[in-house]
Design a protein around this ligand. Structure first.
Ligand code: NDP
Length: 490
């Protein structure tokens, strides 16, 4: 049966004011999964009003940090209790393999738990010089947070946004992508069971143009947090300029994965495939540029090609599947246009590049794992974020060239180095202009550690102790300890 969802606004379930709904389909087989409200700017405005009222006048402001923490712990438990349902729904809605969705659900629960623990550890500094005064810092919530998330990690991105915001005492309006709203709406259902004061969390659905824009633009929103494409990020910035909102952005990447000749060869081969094709390559931190030292270049490409048949394509719920469909027909078109472009630019397509054949693929948006060799750093497939299973292999001569090529991008999200020489590994990492780096591994990251990019990959950091800073104001409080006034005009 097709499930019908409503939005969660001001502690109530609500249809779109327009009365419109949207069909949400499985990108792996076209199956109709659910109908959700097709919200627009009016629904966003209603949710913002609810969040504003909850922040300005509601009981949330008086909730202690300890109690906020306990709420987040309870939410983590609820997510774990619903883990199977959430993971399967995530697979059906965004296409990823089940094992990846199960990891995301567990990580989302851990994220709420991490920030639940952190809620009561938000403290400011104190200064007591000069002797007749004391000065201390209060950390306070920013206010109403508009949070806009993409379709590649729907539940996890909801957790990354909501957990620190709530731990810090803010109120939130979360807008998932119109393509993947289902796990965020299920999360809202779990939060509704927590007896949060009405309006503290609101989850709205609808397209970015309309519902999302309102979150970026509204003068009643104090902070906007966005994860998505760089072009949309620019629009968020201009929307946020109206009332100089606090803004955090996690945008794209064209991330270098550097393999030196002295690396553990087998590990580097597996690492390169995982870096490029995990989550169908629909990952901002995907290792989409493989920089390989010339002396092992040919052997490494051959070794990857030998393993490509093991990257089993299929519906994410099917056992053994390693790569699911892309998110939509439009996105597959975009990825395929880059594959055509790569060939036109003169790169050598060594595998993939096509839609897989067979009845099981007919109704989904599948593209084979695709590798281009002989890619020149100037080619567009080496410079632009494709956000799909397309890997560009670029040889390099020495360490200096590897570093130069790695940094030759407008992005600066992630980067990795494979070498057995730890001195070289650390030396190269020091030179990389990227916010997340790995040595001899790719992709692992932790709720406890900061996530975000240099350059055009974004503003600010999510996760870890750094992540909560993005949701806090800082107030200086000065106290005169003298009986007599210390500042006099005359
Ligand atoms: P977007 O950046 O457009 O979407 C991300 C989120 O922003 C979605 O919730 C979207 O809503 C919303 N949004 C879209 N336009 C606006 C707007 N004007 N104001 C406010 N919110 C808006 O990603 P796309 O789906 O269009 O993908 C385009 C490219 O972006 C991809 O090909 C990829 O390169 C990159 N991308 C990067 C991601 C990352 O994690 N860094 C994640 C997703 C995409 P809705 O979807 O409902 O329209």
């Amino acid at each position: 049966m097709v499930k019908e969802f409503q939005m969660w606004i001001g502690g109530r379930w609500a249809a779109a004011q327009s009365g419109q709904t949207r069909e949400v389909r499985d990108p792996g087989n076209g199956e109709l999964l659910a109908k959700v409200p097709e919200g627009d700017g009016r629904d966003a405005a209603a949710a913002i009003q609810a969040a504003r009222a909850a922040f300005d006048a509601g009981p949330w402001r008086k909730t202690t940090a300890q109690d906020r923490g306990k709420l987040l712990f309870r939410l983590a438990d609820k997510i774990r209790g619903a883990a199977k349902m959430l993971a399967e729904l995530e697979v059906r809605n965004c296409g990823k393999p089940l094992a990846e969705a199960e990891f995301d659900v567990a990580d989302a629960a851990n994220c709420f738990e991490f920030y639940g623990g952190l809620a009561s550890k938000i403290h400011g500094h104190t200064m007591s010089v000069p002797a007749n005064s004391m000065s201390f810092v209060l950390r306070e919530p920013i206010g109403v947070c508009g949070q806009i998330i993409p379709w590649n990690y729907p539940l996890l991105m909801a957790a990354w946004k909501l957990a620190p915001a709530l731990a810090a005492g803010n109120t939130c309006v979360l807008k998932p992508s119109e393509l993947t709203p289902l796990t965020a709406l299920e999360l809202a259902r779990l939060m509704a069971e927590l007896d949060l004061p009405p309006g503290v969390v609101n989850v709205i659905t609808g397209p970015g143009v309309g519902a999302g824009e309102e979150l970026a633009r509204s003068a009643l929103v104090d902070k906007v947090a966005f994860t998505g494409g760089t072009a949309t990020g620019r629009k968020i910035i201009s929307g946020a300029a109206g009332n100089i909102k606090k803004t955090s952005l996690e945008l794209g990447g064209k991330n270098p994965n550097i393999v030196f000749a002295d690396a553990d060869f087998a590990a580097a081969v597996d690492g390169a495939l995982f870096a490029a094709f995990a989550n169908q390559g629909e990952v901002c931190s995907a290792g989409s540029r493989l920089l390989v030292e010339e002396s092992i270049h040919k052997r490494l490409v051959e070794a990857m090609l030998a393993k490509i048949p093991n990257v089993k394509l299929g519906h994410g719920l099917k056992a053994g599947v390693k790569m699911g469909p892309l998110i939509s027909a439009a996105h597959r078109e975009k990825v395929e246009s880059y594959i055509r472009l790569g060939q036109e630019e003169g790169a050598r397509l060594v595998c993939g590049g096509k839609r897989p054949k067979g009845a099981e693929f007919d109704k989904g948006f599948f593209v084979e794992p695709t590798i281009f060799d002989g890619v020149k750093p100037s080619m567009r497939i080496a410079r632009e974020e494709i956000f799909g299973p397309v890997l560009a292999v670029i040889p390099f001569a020495d360490e200096a060239e590897a570093i130069r090529l790695a940094n030759d991008t407008e992005y600066g999200l992630a980067a990795a180095v494979w070498t057995k020489d730890i001195t070289r590994g650390l030396r190269v990492v020091r030179e990389l202009r990227a916010g997340i780096t790995w040595i001899n591994t790719y992709h692992p990251t932790y709720n406890e550690m900061p996530w975000g990019g240099y350059k055009q990959s974004g503003w600010g950091r999510e996760l870890g102790l750094y992540g909560i800073e993005e949701y806090l104001e800082t107030k200086q409080v000065n106290i005169n300890l003298d009986e007599a006034p210390t500042c006099q005009l005359i």
